[in-house]
Design a protein around this ligand. Structure first.
Ligand code: MG
Length: 156
């Protein structure tokens, strides 16, 4: 068994959709980035790549590549699944914490789990998504962005 960690952060700006875990969440702002800026999926991809010892997401999907502009990050996760299969790795479990002041994410976390489990083709019991607020502290607490920590185990 091996363990990997992932972290991602994106600013919240007007004129963008807010997409986390492949779920479009109604809100006045969205995450800024080259792809759909799904910080949860990015952190999970990095945790899985880290566990496999395969570098980071930017190695496979550079943010300078026009084909990934506004791309759904779930397609990145599907590609990571393919890479895992090629290398003989299986997902042990994935845990994650989203730091987000607004909006409330609890109504959406189960759908995020479904999307992540679906892209990786694993049982949903292996995936966990938590959300917490910044309690007014720092840039996250001021609602300027969303950050995500993820951890993953893989086995073979
Ligand atoms: Mg990112």
């Amino acid at each position: 068994m091996r363990i990997g960690i992932g972290f991602d952060i994106h600013p919240l700006v007007e004129g963008r959709k807010l997409i986390l875990g492949g779920v479009e969440i109604p809100y006045e702002k969205g995450l800024y980035g080259h792809s759909d800026a799904d910080a949860l999926i990015h952190a999970i991809c990095d945790a899985l790549l880290g566990a496999m010892g395969k570098g980071d997401l930017g190695r496979y999907f550079p943010d300078t590549d026009p084909q990934y502009r506004d791309a759904s990050s779930l397609t990145f996760l599907s590609r990571i699944k393919d890479l895992m299969e090629e290398e003989g790795w299986r997902v042990g479990n994935i845990d994650s914490t989203i730091l987000c002041e607004r909006p409330k994410l609890l109504p959406y976390t189960e759908r995020m789990v479904e999307n992540i489990a679906g892209a990786l083709m694993v049982e949903r019991e292996r995936i966990n998504v938590k959300a917490t607020r910044g309690e007014g502290l720092g840039s996250i607490g001021r609602g300027e962005g969303v950050a995500v920590y993820a951890i993953a185990t893989v086995t073979r």
